[in-house]
Design a protein around this ligand. Structure first.
Ligand code: GLC
Length: 543
């Protein structure tokens, strides 16, 4: 156990309001025991890298015992560590070492569903319909003449129906259970008081061990419209984030979140909760960060905004307006383990990288907190050509092999050396997990540390400046009028960021002190005009 007050005596209680939080996809970060899978000892050994990068905290994806059907988001025991990732003592060691280095630790909480191997679900399957054990989940009789059809038309986010029928030991078909994700991930019934009490205890278990907070997976889940009415819509996963659905973002979820806030606030040192919530509007999302709920949410609207000055400005403006209205903190992210890597999303190849580097400077200039997904600071692209037999994401099977899923964003990090997997582990090429491409040699940490123009160097410099300059910590944001495709952003009193989202260079008249640029800024000989090349961004001090 560790004492989280060890982080930085006297640090403000509101560190999270301006934090840079690094998202660790633990299986692909660093392998400490050489079995080919990233793990907690591997993570611990690389914590100095995160300190040197200049982030304030790390969020670790689930490392709990799990059949790993959905990369550990199918938890079969909430208060322990998957042997693949280490032991409980390894998590304590990560927390302790992180605190010693001035980093906070956030762990993932997966409350919407368990694994089908969790003893609660195994018990529920063996129990009678209507029993207390079954009431922990959503068991329903089927529709149709003999209950042979699902109870309603809700669909799984991963594709196919959100219901699977149970069978008795003799094979007799029985009730159906709800799973908004894979069939191996049954949804918990949050109207059941025992479920609530159990999660309060799980949260206390981790907070008592000294972690600084929780990242709530599917914070928009849990509460369902238990009239279980049909949605009468097909392709429901396409509605998420734009239209209301009866199983996400229900008003009752806020009571659950308020209960957790009470638990968090009962600790003498600040403990925070970050919600992964997807809602139809910014206003609905801001409800999650009301003063007695979560501390912040992950901003998927910003993450999915195309490389367009007008759309980026609108996404920033709408986010700030909605959060300011409830006194909540805004957050920004360009990538996550669930979405295509930003370099590829913004166009791939050279243009994609240039845009991603510029997007980083825009993002790190915004007020609030930022999330950086491992490898983003290396400019890693999505791996689009993984052989089909290696795909692990349940989306691949559930979509009937029409969507490849998220594996291409979850490739092991390249650390050093000349051959894949570049120091990720010592096993060699066939490590039993996703392979790191040979083409990533020049993208390794070692290679990028040696170059002052690398993406890693850019992130390190930007994160340092973001901490050092008061305007970037808490200065007000304003926009200047600018030509089409260009963003001119100020943070008071003396910070200026210009982003050129077009492919053509634009002449600019910048202040004298350049802090940082995402690429070279050529000057025209003779008249001294500075050009901001296409897909380039810069930071300046205005006096
Ligand atoms: C969260 C995770 C995602 C996972 C899903 C369902 O959204 O971020 O990776 O697939 O929960 O478990």
């Amino acid at each position: 156990m560790t004492d989280s007050t060890a982080v930085e005596p006297g640090a403000p209680d509101t560190w999270w309001r301006t934090a840079a939080i690094y998202q660790v996809f633990v299986r692909s970060f660093a392998d400490g025991d050489g079995d080919g899978n990233g793990d907690l000892p591997g993570l611990r050994s690389r914590l100095p890298y995160l300190r040197d990068l200049g982030v304030d905290a790390l969020w670790i994806t689930p490392f709990y015992p799990s059949p790993m059907v959905d990369s550990g988001f199918d938890v079969s025991e909430y208060c322990d560590v998957n042997p693949m990732f280490g032991r409980l003592a390894d998590l304590d060691a990560v927390t302790e070492e992180a605190h010693r280095l001035g980093l906070r630790v956030i762990v993932d909480l997966v409350p919407n569903h368990t694994s089908d191997q969790h003893p609660w679900f195994v018990g529920a399957l063996g129990a009678e319909p209507g029993s207390a054990d079954r009431d922990r989940y959503h068991f329903r009789p089927g529709s149709g003449v003999d209950g042979e059809l699902p109870p309603n038309d809700w669909e799984s986010v991963f594709g196919g129906p959100a219901w699977t029928r149970t069978a008795g030991q003799d094979g007799t078909p029985g009730e159906w259970y709800l799973h908004l994700f894979a069939p191996q991930q049954p949804d918990l019934n949050w109207e059941n008081p025992q479920v609530r009490a159990d999660f309060d205890a799980i949260i206390r278990f981790w907070l008592d061990r000294g972690v600084d907070g929780l990242r709530i997976a599917d914070a928009h889940g849990m509460a369902k419209d238990t009239s279980y009415a049909d949605l009468d819509r097909k392709a429901q996963s396409g509605l998420l984030g734009s239209e209301p659905v009866p199983y996400f973002d229900q008003d009752d979820v806020h009571g659950i979140l308020r209960g957790w806030r009470t638990v968090l606030d009962s600790y003498p040192t600040p403990r925070i909760a970050i919600g992964e919530a997807v809602t139809p509007t910014e206003e609905r999302l801001a409800r999650y960060v009301r003063p007695d709920e979560l501390h912040q949410t992950m901003n998927f609207r910003y993450l999915s905004t195309p490389w367009s000055a007008a759309e980026l400005r609108a996404a920033v403006g709408d986010t700030l307006a909605a959060n300011d209205a409830v006194g909540g903190v805004s957050s920004w992210m360009l990538s996550s383990p669930d979405t295509q890597r930003v370099v590829t999303r913004l166009g791939d190849g050279e243009a994609g990288l240039l845009r991603a580097r510029s997007a980083a400077l825009l993002t790190l200039a915004l007020p609030g907190s930022v999330y950086i997904y491992q490898g983003e600071e290396l400019g890693l692209p999505e791996v689009l050509d993984l052989p089909e037999e290696l795909l692990r994401d349940p989306v691949w099977e559930r979509s009937g092999h029409t969507e490849r899923g998220r594996d291409g964003a979850r490739i092991p990090l390249p650390w050093h050396g000349d051959r894949a997997p570049f120091g990720f582990n010592t096993v060699g090429e066939d490590n039993g997990w996703l392979p790191t491409p040979e083409s990533w040699r020049s993208l390794s940490v070692e290679q990028q540390e040696a170059r002052s123009d690398s993406t890693l160097a850019l992130y390190r410099a930007a994160l340092r400046l973001r901490r050092e300059h008061k305007a970037l910590v808490d200065g007000d944001l304003s926009w200047d009028q600018a030509e089409e495709g260009v963003l001119v952003l100020r943070r008071s009193p003396n910070f200026l960021c210009i982003v050129n989202t077009t492919d053509e260079a634009v002449p600019i008249d910048p202040p004298r002190t350049l802090l940082l640029a995402s690429g070279p800024l050529p000057v025209t000989p003779g008249d001294g005009t500075v050009h901001l090349p296409g897909n380039t961004a810069g930071w300046w001090l205005t006096d």
